[in-house]
Write a protein of this length. Structure first.
Length: 551
């Protein structure tokens, strides 16, 4: 067996090995650039088996020479295109035209039986240039810094230079060794491709992991992974839990049950464990207890993770703070009820009042007649009930959206001072005190009658919520470009179950209440473009009415 034959067999075997490696990688990962490389190495293998034995000795086989040139040009273009996809660039179109021109010159030279050096030289020049250009592109665009990148760049440039000496080697006794040298370079190139591929894969995985870590750690929602088997534990929970729940991530790692402990006792029936959420895979809203015992609303989105035997081994999910959304829903519900009551008041309030006035007048006239003197108490009771009905209708009319608000420049402190004797009398009659703490305020648009009614309703509720000897405080101050009216009592506070319903028409905790007093206050605030906030604790409740001075 000659050296030439041995070199062809050895090179073909190694090229076949590289081809099958790339074919396996493409079959596993289906990456487009792996497909280009697989096709290129397939052509390199076929060329070494079917074309090289004919052409090393002579170029007199025209068809073989043409196929040889075609495989050479396709190989280099496929490798270059694969590199472009690999690093995220494209093979420039300007390489296509000179490649076609040089190939045509080579085909004409082979068909016209030009000297081998002349016919093959144009093709080798363009191939060498593309190899060198591809190596430079890879060096500039590939972000990895491992051995594979430097090896493949070096070999691309070496092969590009080696293309230029191919015609010279072919005409000498060094042709077999030149062929072996080229085969060696291509084998090293294949190894470099593999190393670069794995280096880039590792780099991409590290980059994605870092990006996902930054995303999870900077997300406003809590992202977590909870393992169920073999022992329940929290594998990961994002730092957002500090802002939302007040607990550190380490506290969840040390206490696997903490994710369930923070759920409000009244809502534990909705979420006994994560498996309750997996079947429907729909978000569940529950109340959550923060570390400082503050109650917030949280929404759980859960995704199950199963093993190969379909056993539930872990869950991943997101916990979102939806307190603001719940408050908005409550506010919209309250406003919707206000609108309904307002429409009722606008449509039927006056119509009911007219016949009631007539009945009221006749009862007063008849009650004075001597013939019915024995029924005086009954007549008085009916008149009192009509007065009470009329007062209720007046409250309805206060909720009407069609009510005309007469806004004029007024001073809130002046209104309170003028109204304070009546408020003080109410407080004194029930054994309580009234204090005023009024800061200087500018004049702004107010309806004095409505503001009086708002203050009266809230002070009346505050006085009724306190025991004898306690003090009701009315304060005014400026805060964030708003004039604030604060009415503070020293009662026992408002329970959470009641607080979320405050302001809804017809909701009341009083035995003889109508449930319209606070609703009227919200309606008045809405017409003044003001906002009502409530702060409550076991030591009392404060209603804050904030009038925006910028409007």
């Amino acid at each position: 067996m000659t050296v030439l034959t041995l070199s062809i067999i050895t090179a073909a075997s190694m090229k076949a090995l590289v081809f099958f490696i790339y074919f396996y990688l493409y079959f596993q990962y289906r990456e487009r650039f792996l497909g280009y490389w697989t096709l290129a190495w397939g052509l390199i293998f076929l060329q070494s088996v079917f074309l090289d034995p004919f052409l090393l000795d002579s170029f007199r086989y025209v068809s073989a020479s043409i196929f040889f040139q075609i495989t050479i040009i396709l190989t280099v273009l496929l490798l270059a295109q694969g590199i472009g996809d690999f690093v995220g660039t494209k093979l420039p179109l300007f390489w296509i035209y000179p490649t076609i021109i040089m190939s045509c010159i080579g085909f004409i030279g082979v068909s016209s039986h030009w000297p081998a050096m002349v016919s093959i030289l144009p093709l080798m020049l363009i191939n060498g240039a593309i190899y060198i250009y591809t190596g430079i592109v890879l060096f500039k665009n590939l972000k990895t810094k491992g051995l594979g990148k430097h090896l493949i760049v070096f070999i691309f440039i070496i092969i590009g230079l080696h293309q230029l000496d191919f015609p010279l080697f072919r005409a000498t006794d060094m042709a077999p060794w030149g062929y072996l040298l080229d085969a060696f370079f291509r084998i090293v190139l294949g190894i470099g491709f593999l190393l670069t591929y794995f280096e880039k894969t590792r780099f991409d995985l590290f980059t994605k992991e870092e990006n996902f870590r930054l995303l999870a750690e900077n997300a406003k929602d809590i992202i977590f992974r909870y393992r169920l088997l073999p022992q329940p534990c929290c594998d990961y929970i994002s730092p957002a839990t500090i802002d939302i729940t007040g607990f550190e991530p380490d506290e969840y790692y040390h206490d696997p049950d903490l994710l369930f402990k923070i759920i409000h006792p009244d809502d534990k029936r909705l979420l006994r464990n994560f498996t309750d959420l997996i079947a429907p895979q729909i978000p569940v809203a529950v109340r959550t207890l923060k570390k400082d015992d503050t109650i917030i609303w949280s929404e759980y989105h859960i995704v199950p993770l199963h093993d190969q035997e379909n056993n539930l081994v872990a869950v991943e999910g997101i916990i979102r703070d939806i307190t603001a959304r719940k408050n908005l829903e409550q506010e919209l519900f309250r406003l919707d009820r206000l609108n309904i009551v307002g429409q009722m008041a606008a449509n039927i309030g006056h119509e009911i009042r007219n016949p009631l006035t007539t009945v009221h007048g006749f009862l007063q006239v008849l009650g004075r007649k001597p013939e019915v003197a024995s029924f005086h108490d009954q007549f008085k009771l009916m008149v009192d009930e009509l007065d009470r009905t009329n007062a209720l209708i007046t409250e309805y009319l206060s909720l009407s959206k069609k009510r005309i608000t007469n806004l004029t420049l007024q001073n809130l402190n002046r209104i309170i001072h003028a109204f304070s004797p009546l408020l003080t009398a109410h407080a004194t009659s029930s054994g309580k005190k009234l204090e005023l703490d009024l800061a200087e305020l500018p004049d702004f648009l107010l309806d004095e009658k409505e503001i009086r009614q708002l203050i009266l309703n809230l002070t009346q509720n505050g006085l009724e919520a306190m025991q004898s000897g306690k003090t009701l405080t009315i304060r005014t101050f400026l805060q964030d470009n708003a004039a604030v009216l604060a009415i503070q009592d020293q009662g026992h506070g408002i329970p959470p179950s009641v607080l979320k319903k405050v302001g809804i028409p017809f909701f009341t905790t009083k035995e003889s209440g109508t449930g319209l007093g606070v609703a009227i206050c919200y309606s008045i605030a809405s017409r003044h473009r003001a906002k009502i906030d409530i702060a409550t604790s076991l030591t009392g409740t404060t209603f804050f009415i904030r009038f925006n001075l910028s409007e």
